[in-house]
Design a protein around this ligand. Structure first.
Ligand code: F6P
Length: 287
């Protein structure tokens, strides 16, 4: 129980940082002459949010390790048992075009890199027209997932539990179409006859549409990148935890993302999340 309270305090701290992160965005839309450990260009806003979250989360007694997509290695922040893995600004390339972005927080009970089964909480802040947080606390499979309004003071006001609608409506798939493997392309052919396309280029915003309307989001394996683009510790695991908590399923193409063996802090993983029926069909298509 203590661990769960501690995990909740990590989510509180992430929500508390959100207004300052949001307020800091307007002057930080420029690219720096730097790349992150995954080889992506870095914006001033990425560094700002990362520094802020390192302090906000790393200062908590329960947190012993802070890791982020923006840093090559994890930072030792004390003796706490929890490790946090953060994508400070998911989808930050959307900043130039002023589209939504998010902050993703994964809370692991153990050292990094960790498997998704070691998560004790996960959440994301969505900087959309309204600042919200979607989060759950507890072991995977036992955690309910809630949506919160994040107030101007950084408090969380619960708005209700999230359950994927039974009738899926939307799909959004990353990667260039000619780069999709043939079996995934064949699955897309089926899905696009049934659902409507919603893709905005920020995982959190695209997953949020799936949580709201039902459907499927994927950043699949590509011909040029067999493990896709998204990172297991910072993106794949937390999003799988949340979608599964909302009654959906996740897959790396063969099985649940939460079962993927963690070998490297910045390892990538193909991500497919959504309604169970759509993920089952995906796994059959990729066999
Ligand atoms: O973290 C990487 C990210 O920004 C995700 O949020 C998003 O799903 C993806 O990249 C978008 O990639 P692309 O620009 O290839 O569509």
């Amino acid at each position: 129980m203590e661990r769960l309270d501690a995990a909740e305090s990590v989510l509180d701290a992430a929500a508390a940082a959100a207004p300052e992160i949001r307020a800091g965005l307007p002057g930080r839309r420029r690219y720096l002459d730097e790349e992150n450990p995954s080889g992506e260009e870095v914006l001033a806003a990425d560094v700002f949010a990362d520094d802020l979250l390192e302090t906000a989360l790393g200062d908590l007694d329960a947190v012993g390790t802070y890791a982020s997509e923006e840093r090559a290695s994890a930072v030792d922040t004390g003796d706490g048992p929890l490790s946090v893995a953060v994508d400070p600004l998911d989808g930050s390339s959307n900043l130039e075009s002023n589209n939504p972005m998010g902050t993703v927080v994964a809370v692991y009970d153990g050292t990094l890199p960790a498997a998704g089964r070691d998560l004790v909480a996960a959440g994301f802040v969505l900087y959309g027209p309204v600042t919200t947080m979607v989060a759950g606390v507890g072991a995977p499979g036992e955690a309910d997932v809630y949506e919160y309004l994040v107030t101007a003071d950084g408090d969380r006001e619960e708005m209700g539990v999230i359950a994927l609608p039974d009738d899926p409506t939307v799909y959004g798939f990353g990667g260039r179409v000619p780069d999709w493997p043939a079996d995934f392309a064949a699955y897309v052919d089926e899905v696009e006859d049934e659902l409507k396309l919603r893709y905005g280029g920020a995982m959190i915003a695209d997953v949020s549409q799936v949580l709201s309307y039902g459907g499927v989001f994927a950043y699949p394996a590509l011909e040029s990148a067999p493990n896709g683009k998204l990172r297991l510790q910072f993106e794949g695991n937390p999003v799988a935890y949340l979608v599964e908590g909302a009654g959906g399923r996740s897959s790396d193409g063969t099985g649940p993302i939460l079962d993927v063996t963690a070998t490297d802090l910045h390892q990538r993983v193909p991500v497919h999340v959504g309604n169970a029926s759509l993920i089952e069909r995906l796994e059959s298509a990729l066999q």
